[in-house]
Write a protein that binds this ligand. Structure first.
Ligand code: ATP
Ligand code: LTN
Length: 333
């Protein structure tokens, strides 16, 4: 039985349609599907400082991610929304997970390998140990399901592995979680380079669409998205990565499958397809953007975050206490 569902998004910038289609849309779906379950959706601010952040921008982004959760449809009466750094057990169990996982396992993570290549200044130790903290985020709550985009599957596998290792060494302690993917949209690619993941921390602005981008900006970004010199619209990831990506985005924002969309645009031009897609995204995001503006600076948002934090602290401390006891830390009570 699914009892707990947990996930997080880093406040490393404003959220993109990749974050929405790959992750947040699933959060909302699960909230509505699993009525008896308890949900913990957090803003992963500790993860964001694995690369250098400007403090004022970080603080702003934390609020923005939380407000966007609600604007996208998470209902604070059904789910707990909180900020990771306000719940100390994440860090505390993170250290225990660092003492369970092996360095070799961390070094194999492709996200680490990618990100360290892009680093101009020193690489922070936490960039390497980050998956241990992510494992803690999940195992603390005995999550059964973790909705994520498929770029996170390696981290989830590692979480399962260290969870099992701990269980084997100290006796059954953690529920071993499963990933949950949005089947239609596993990974949205960059509009500037469809072989790269769309990412909120990309330096090229036109490579991503932000959930709070102005309508004209959205249309222009879709209009200038890299495609190929062919004229036909069909899904072929290998030979037509740009068009295939736009088809996935279209499917994500409509209730149509990729095949249905291909049929719809069989004899139409790229230009017409892109123009319709721009309008589709703008219309879809309009109510989200309106709600977002209302919430961002509201007292309501703070109340939601206080409530979420208080609940998360209770649940996570219970687990942490058990873990410390099993490991043999401190004095026996
Ligand atoms: P960064 O650029 O800082 O690495 P990011 O944009 O990749 O950040 P995360 O905070 O790492 O975003 O991801 C939050 C969630 O969104 C994760 O579940 C991740 O799998 C999902 N996600 C991120 N980018 C995409 C994408 N392009 N397509 C599908 N899912 C995505
Ligand atoms: N590593 C994730 C964000 C994240 C997360 C989590 C997701 C941190 N902790 C726990 C699911 C469960 C990322 O998207 N970069």
């Amino acid at each position: 039985m699914v009892k707990r569902i947990v996930s997080g998004v880093q406040p490393s910038g404003k959220l993109t349609i990749g974050n929405y289609l790959g992750a947040i849309k699933s959060f909302v779906k699960l909230q509505d599907e699993y009525e008896g379950a308890e949900f913990f959706f957090f803003v992963a601010d500790l993860h964001a400082i694995t690369v250098t952040q400007d403090r004022l921008k970080l603080r702003q982004s934390i609020r923005e991610v939380a407000a966007m959760y609600i604007a996208c449809g998470l209902d604070p009466d059904k789910v707990n929304i909180f900020i990771q750094s306000e719940v100390p057990a994440h860090n505390q169990l993170g250290y225990i997970m660092e003492s369970t996982a092996y360095i070799g396992e961390m070094e194999r993570m492709t996200q680490y390998k990618d990100k360290r290549q892009r680093q101009v200044e020193g690489i922070k130790t936490s960039l390497l140990t980050y998956p241990a903290l992510m494992a803690a985020d999940i195992l603390l709550y005995d999550a059964n399901l973790v909705p994520i985009g498929d770029d996170q599957d390696q981290h989830l596998e590692l979480t399962r592995m260290v969870g099992e290792r701990f269980n084997n060494q100290y006796g059954n302690t953690f529920e071993i979680p499963k990933a949950y993917y949005n089947k239609d949209v596993v990974r949205i690619m960059s509009l500037a380079d469809p072989l790269k993941k769309m990412s909120k921390s990309d330096e090229i602005e036109r490579s991503f669409i932000l959930l709070d981008d102005e309508p004209n900006r959205i249309k222009n970004k879709i209009g200038s998205a890299v495609t190929d010199s062919d004229t036909k619209i069909y899904f072929d990831k290998e030979n037509k990565p740009g068009i295939s990506n736009l088809l996935s985005i279209y499917a994500g924002f409509s209730d149509k499958s990729v095949e249905e969309i291909e049929k719809l645009y069989e004899n139409k031009s790229y230009q017409e397809f892109k123009s319709d897609l721009g309008n589709l995204i703008v219309d879809y995001l309009k109510p989200i953007q309106e709600r977002y503006k209302e919430i961002l600076n509201s007292k309501y948002l703070d109340e939601v975050l206080d409530r979420g934090r208080d609940r998360a602290i209770i649940i996570s401390n219970r687990k942490l206490e058990k873990v410390y006891h099993k490991v043999g830390l401190g004095r026996k009570k």
